[in-house]
Design a protein around this ligand. Structure first.
Ligand SMILES: C[C@@](CO)(OP(=O)(O)O)[C@H](O)COP(=O)(O)OP(=O)(O)OC[C@H]1O[C@@H](n2ccc(N)nc2=O)[C@H](O)[C@@H]1O
Ligand SMILES: Nc1ncnc2c1ncn2[C@@H]1O[C@H](COP(=O)(O)OP(=O)(O)O)[C@@H](O)[C@H]1O
Length: 285
């Protein structure tokens, strides 16, 4: 018996840094959605824990206890008090350290898959705490649906229904470390900016988002100037309603009202920048 879970890319449609906690973690306000492109995690019964990694982005990722998939499995086993093992396979399609939460999505998919394999149902608060202990982005990835994320990532609220939307996702293949980007930013803060109106369509959503920002963009560009090139390239594509960086970068997203327009942008930028990761996908609603 093998059980598989999809680990979709996490996209920050806006990301405001609203403050800083005493422990150095930043307070955020973000509209988080998921894309129909991602990694996958499959699990099968086994006596011990093992991890194998395949897929186009597997290179350089260690299949040992430093991998967040392994950490998620160990943390769940400890919390549930089980000594069961599992043979885990991670198929890595998302670029590593790229602002689209690949590791967080993998951790969340691992928790979901192992809960099924091991027959575990944790109380909701324990499950949430376990996810947060793995990373600030893991709770939203575990919830797996569009949400307003605040606090350091622990507060999740439902958002108004979002219209159909397609994304071009462009990564210049420069890994960016999340702590390094937070460290490089100017020490100023934004107001929270929840979406209060239900967007009529993709263009309306883009207009609402245009009044918001990703507050980590300047810091990411200071470390990886290619981010600015990706944003300008996306903005110049036919049908691009908004170009923005996701998370701490370097992946940038273009918002489009059709699958064809998003795919066209990914093709155009892929042809201009061989070696960049240029994909398109629907937003999952
Ligand atoms: C910035 C965001 C936005 O969604 O996305 P990514 O760029 O990672 O995809 C996330 O908050 C990242 O979440 P995640 O990658 O899980 O962060 P963690 O592993 O918990 O923390 C890594 C480091 O990032 C910084 N950090 C993270 C989250 C936060 N709210 N404040 C922070 O200052 C801290 O320096 C921390 O040591
Ligand atoms: N399964 C995993 N996938 C991606 N990165 C992982 C994984 N396990 C551990 N990591 C480490 O986590 C760091 C953050 O990676 P990732 O989650 O892809 O980035 P981001 O937080 O920018 O979206 C990387 O530097 C990588 O070494």
């Amino acid at each position: 018996m093998t059980l598989a879970e999809f680990a979709p890319a996490k996209i920050n449609l806006y990301l405001h840094v609203t403050g800083k906690r005493g422990d150095g973690y930043h307070l955020l306000d973000s509209l988080v959605v998921f894309a129909g492109i991602g990694d996958s995690v499959s699990v099968a019964p086994a006596e011990h824990l093992t991890l194998a990694i395949d897929g186009p982005m597997a290179a350089g990722l260690a299949a040992d206890s430093s991998n967040i998939v392994w950490k998620a499995a160990e943390a769940l086993a400890a919390r549930a008090g089980t000594r069961a093992g599992a043979a885990i396979t991670l198929t890595k399609r998302l670029p590593v350290a790229s602002g689209i939460g690949g590791g967080s999505a993998d951790a969340a998919a691992t928790l979901r898959a192992l809960e099924r394999l091991w027959g575990i149902t944790l109380p909701a608060a324990d499950r949430h705490g376990l996810a947060l202990s793995l990373g600030a982005d893991v709770p939203v990835c575990l919830a797996g649906r569009p949400a307003r994320m605040s606090g350091v990532g622990e507060r999740l609220e439902p958002v108004p229904a979002l219209p159909p939307l397609w994304l071009a996702l462009i990564n210049p293949r420069v890994p960016l470390s999340t702590p390094a980007v937070f460290k490089a930013r100017q020490n100023c803060f934004s107001d929270p900016a929840a979406l209060e109106t239900m967007p009529r369509d993709a263009a309306h959503l883009a207009a609402l988002l245009a009044a918001r920002r990703n507050d980590l963009t300047a810091a990411a560009i200071s470390l990886a100037p290619e981010v600015a090139t990706a944003l300008a390239g996306l903005a110049a594509c036919d049908g691009c309603l908004l170009a923005r960086m996701s998370g701490s970068g370097a992946t940038c997203l273009g918002l489009f009202a059709s699958a064809e327009a998003a795919a066209g942008a990914a093709r155009t930028l892929g042809a201009l920048h061989p070696g960049w990761w240029c994909e398109s996908a629907p937003m999952l609603t």
